[in-house]
Design a protein around this ligand. Structure first.
Ligand SMILES: Nc1ncnc2c1ncn2[C@@H]1O[C@H](COP(=O)(O)OP(=O)(O)O)[C@@H](O)[C@H]1O
Ligand SMILES: [Mg+2]
Length: 184
C-alpha cells in the first residue's frame, strides 16, 4: 500500500515536471479537528483549462507515453482521499501554477499511514541539486509545526553543498529531530 509520503513524493514530481521554481508542501494534522491535509503548491506552467476537468481521470497524462504508471498519480490520491472521508481539489491557472489540496479524516480506518516523511523531505531537498527548485516543506501537528527551506536548512546544518557525502545523513537526522518536537 502507498503511504501518504509516497503520494507526496509522486505528486511533487508533477510540480517538478511542470518546471516549477518554487514548490511548497504543507502537511497538516489536527486531532481536535480530525483532519489530515496535504497541500502542494507550485509556480509551474499550470494546467490548460481544457485539461483541468480531466486531470483526475485514471490514465490521463500529458507526459510522453511509454513511461510506466502514467496518469495514475492524481487519480490514486483522489481515490485515497475519498475512501478516507475526504476529497482532492486541484486548482490551476495556466502559465502561473497549480495547487493541490488533499483532505482526509485523521482517524479514518482507510487513511494510509503518513510513512517516512523525513526520507521524502530529505530526497526532495537533495533533488534541488539537479532541478534548482526552492522548496518550502512544512509539517504541522496540532498546534506545533516545523518548516524547512533549502538555504536555511543548509546553513543550519553547515552543509556547503547537497553533494556533501554527509548531507543526506545530516538532513535525515535534523528532520527526525524536528518530527520528535512536534509529535505528542
Ligand atoms: N503540478 C502540476 N502542474 C501542471 N500540470 C499538472 C500538475 N499535476 C498534474 N498535472 C497534469 O495532470 C496530468 C496527470 O497527472 P498524474 O495523475 O500525476 O499523472 P502523470 O504524472 O503520470 O501524467 C499530468 O500529466 C499533467 O498534465
Ligand atoms: Mg504524476
Amino acid at each position: 500500500m502507498r503511504t501518504l509520503s509516497d503520494h507526496i513524493f509522486d505528486l511533487a514530481q508533477n510540480s517538478v515536471n511542470a518546471g516549477a521554481g518554487n514548490i511548497t508542501i504543507v502537511v497538516e494534522e489536527s486531532l481536535p479537528d480530525n483532519k489530515f491535509t496535504i497541500r502542494i503548491e507550485d509556480d509551474g506552467h499550470g494546467i490548460k483549462p481544457e485539461h483541468l476537468p480531466k486531470v483526475k481521470d485514471t490514465f490521463f497524462t500529458t507526459r510522453p507515453s511509454g513511461k510506466r504508471n502514467v496518469g495514475l498519480g492524481i487519480s490514486l490520491m483522489e481515490a485515497t482521499c475519498q475512501r478516507s472521508g475526504g476529497y482532492l481539489r486541484v486548482e490551476s491557472t495556466f502559465r502561473h501554477g497549480t495547487t493541490l489540496t488533499a483532505a482526509m479524516e485523521h482517524d479514518h480506518t482507510d487513511r494510509p499511514p503518513l510513512g517516512d516523511l523525513p526520507a521524502i523531505f530529505t530526497s526532495l531537498l537533495l533533488s534541488s541539486l539537479e532541478n534548482k527548485v526552492k522548496w518550502v516543506l512544512e509539517h504541522g501537528f496540532n498546534d506545533k509545526k516545523y518548516r524547512l527551506r533549502n538555504r536555511a536548512t543548509m546553513e543550519e546544518l553547515n552543509i556547503l553543498s547537497y553533494s556533501d557525502s554527509e548531507a543526506r545523513t545530516k538532513l535525515l537526522e535534523l528532520i527526525k529531530r524536528k518530527e520528535k518536537e512536534i509529535q505528542p
